[in-house]
Design a protein around this ligand. Structure first.
Ligand SMILES: [Zn+2]
Length: 49
């Protein structure tokens, strides 16, 4: 289920993928590690929905 709030800009959101467990995290802030396993994450780009 995807709900897009037209009043919430999302141009600053980035998706990070954990290189250890494959978890993906989409966030507007920079993260340096996976929230699940604390492994290294890779910035895989800006999310546009
Ligand atoms: Zn992880």
């Amino acid at each position: 289920m995807v709900y897009t709030d037209p009043y919430t800009p999302n141009e600053n959101k980035r998706t990070y993928e954990c290189r250890a467990c494959g978890h993906r995290e989409t966030t507007s802030t920079s993260i340096g590690f996976c929230p699940k396993c604390h492994g290294a994450v890779l910035n895989i780009g800006v999310t546009r929905e």
